[in-house]
Design a protein around this ligand. Structure first.
Ligand code: ZN
Length: 310
């Protein structure tokens, strides 16, 4: 059966592009992997942040819309993005968040792991978790954020659901995940690649208000498939289960299909290939405005409408 390799990327919605860029590159210390436009709306940016190469499992992307209203966390949506960080690094992060006037909660623990929760400039909930076993991934480092404290990539993504069962069924019987841990209404699922692929936490919140996806919300969660054949195979299985799956779309850096999972969250299956070096060398990732071919002819108009980041 087609295999899910773990989380590929998470896409969220932000307000002001410059604030978003400053927060994720400077405050969080992620690499700006790609500056492009929303392929469905080329007058707005699409930003990608991750590790040096934009390795799947580290990529957080944003559609910045200047005048977007603020969303509301609730059911039928992904509500938390968790990164893993090294042991002993939370002190550093607490001081940094303080200095940047960022709203956070005091460190707490779940499933035995200490974590710190805070909100980005648009209210998106981010967590830094110190996992039980050291995360061996090589981090992107900056002048202010060294290897001893830098984020390693995704630790988990949380979906808040009215009823977890239909989503749990999909994760287990199609994606090959299994229930790893459970505490009260939080169910932690682990993929075929184990903790390396990132956990999916399902939180059951019966009767809670339905969320509204807008500024400061996750738009969709993308899962990794190694190639087109695996994607096609999974696409067929999903269709056979009665889900409406899009045709394959070329997203330039990966190829994607999308569907709404039965709990209401938009899911994507994204290929590892071709990756972010398809149009810029590793050393120059994120330094040019990259446009898909269909928009090259309008480059100067598009550039003039986009906010300057520096
Ligand atoms: Zn996506």
């Amino acid at each position: 059966m087609g295999k899910i390799e773990g989380i590929h990327h998470v896409t969220a919605i932000s307000g002001n592009a410059k604030k978003n860029y400053d927060f994720y590159t400077r405050v969080m210390g992620l690499r700006f992997v790609k500056k492009t436009v929303n392929f469905d709306d080329p007058n707005t940016y699409h930003f990608y942040y991750g590790d040096e190469k934009g390795t799947p499992g580290t990529i957080l992307t944003f559609f910045p819309w200047e005048d977007i209203m603020t969303g509301r966390r609730g059911t039928h949506m992904a509500t938390e993005i968790g990164y893993s960080v090294p042991e002993g690094s939370l002190e550093f992060w607490l001081k940094r968040l303080d200095k940047e006037n960022i709203i956070y909660n005091k460190p707490s623990s779940k499933f035995g792991d200490v974590y710190l929760t805070f909100l980005d400039r648009d209210g998106l909930k981010i967590e830094l978790t110190v996992p039980e076993t050291n995360d061996e991934r090589t981090p992107w480092v900056t002048a202010e954020i060294g290897e001893d404290v830098a984020t390693r990539g995704f630790h988990h993504v949380t979906l808040t659901l009215e009823d977890i069962q239909p989503t749990a069924d999909l994760l287990v019987s199609v994606f090959g995940y299994e229930l790893a841990k459970n505490h009260t209404n939080r169910y932690r699922f682990q993929g075929p690649n184990g903790e390396k692929g990132g956990y999916i936490d399902l939180v059951e919140a019966k009767g809670e208000q339905r969320g509204h996806v807008a500024g400061g919300s996750v738009h969709h969660v993308a899962f990794r498939v190694k190639d087109d054949a695996t994607q096609l195979e999974l696409r067929q299985i999903l269709e056979d289960r009665g889900l409406h799956v899009t045709a394959q779309l070329d997203r330039k850096y990966f190829r994607s299909v999308y569907f709404r999972e039965p709990g209401g969250v938009l899911f994507e299956l994204a290929t590892d290939q071709p990756g972010f070096t398809v149009d810029e060398p590793v050393a120059e990732l994120g330094t040019h405005l990259m446009l898909p071919e269909q928009f090259e002819a309008q480059r100067s108009e598009i550039e003039s409408r986009l906010i300057k980041l520096d």
